[in-house]
Design a protein around this ligand. Structure first.
Ligand code: GRF
Length: 220
């Protein structure tokens, strides 16, 4: 039987990526087990999603722990108590301290709703629409000490149309997030990710040399 990687998922809100991960596990596409879902907000909808699937949840409110390192120590204790191997950031709206990042070096994944290194930070779907890029997408990466800068594991590209708003683009990107996040975690679970410097080498990855998207599509 395949090894199941022990996950701790950190959320702050809706938790649709968490849901995609749960669905992938339940349908046998992802060899993982979610040991705990932690939210820094009591009102995160993702907590109810976890509870519906009998996954343990815990709220660790950042407002009651103003010191970032103290807060992160509580996170670490909670993850270690559940023997979490891989930390999944799924819409967790807090920066992790160097202490946390070093302890879980190359064992923290994040998903970002843009094609890094373009559009790091917040409100990136709006920034992509305003900038006028023809493509945006999402990026799964390992987390290092810099925000949205760690080694890239997977990306998906979507077109950006003239009629797009921040909301329509966010929805299009989110659909791809739900595809690539579980599959990136599965690559980890299979032991196929090797980090060398900035680059993540995926053992046995297929390459489609002809893959290309053009927007607008050529008319001749
Ligand atoms: C996603 O857009 C993700 O890329 C970003 O936060 C959002 C989380 O959405 N990091 P959800 O809570 O998983 O629905």
């Amino acid at each position: 039987m395949a090894r199941k990687v022990a996950l701790g998922v950190l959320i702050s809100g809706n938790g649709s990526n968490l849901q995609a991960i749960i669905n992938a596990i339940e349908s046998g596409r992802l060899d993982a087990e979610i040991r705990i879902v932690i939210s820094n907000r009591q009102d995160a909808q993702g907590l109810a999603r976890a509870q519906r699937h009998q996954i343990p949840t815990q709220v660790i409110d950042h407002r009651s722990h103003p010191d970032r390192e103290m807060y992160d120590k509580i996170l670490i204790d909670t993850l270690q108590a559940r023997q979490v191997e891989l930390v999944i950031l799924a819409g967790f709206m807090r920066l992790l301290s160097p202490l946390f990042v070093r302890l879980y070096s190359n064992r923290i994944m994040n998903i970002h709703p843009a094609l890094l290194p373009s559009f790091p930070g917040l409100h990136v779907q709006k920034k992509a629409v305003e900038y006028g890029v023809r493509f945006s997408g999402c990026t799964v990466h390992f987390v290092n000490e810099e925000c949205d800068e760690g080694p890239i594991i997977a990306q998906a590209v979507v077109p950006v149309f003239a009629h797009d708003t921040e909301e329509t683009l966010a929805e299009r990107i989110l659909r791809q997030e739900h595809r690539i996040y579980p599959s990136a975690i599965q690559l980890y679970s299979e032991g196929r990710l090797r980090v060398t410097g900035r680059r993540v080498v995926i053992e046995g990855a297929r390459a489609n040399e002809e893959a290309a998207l053009v927007e607008p599509p050529p008319e001749t």
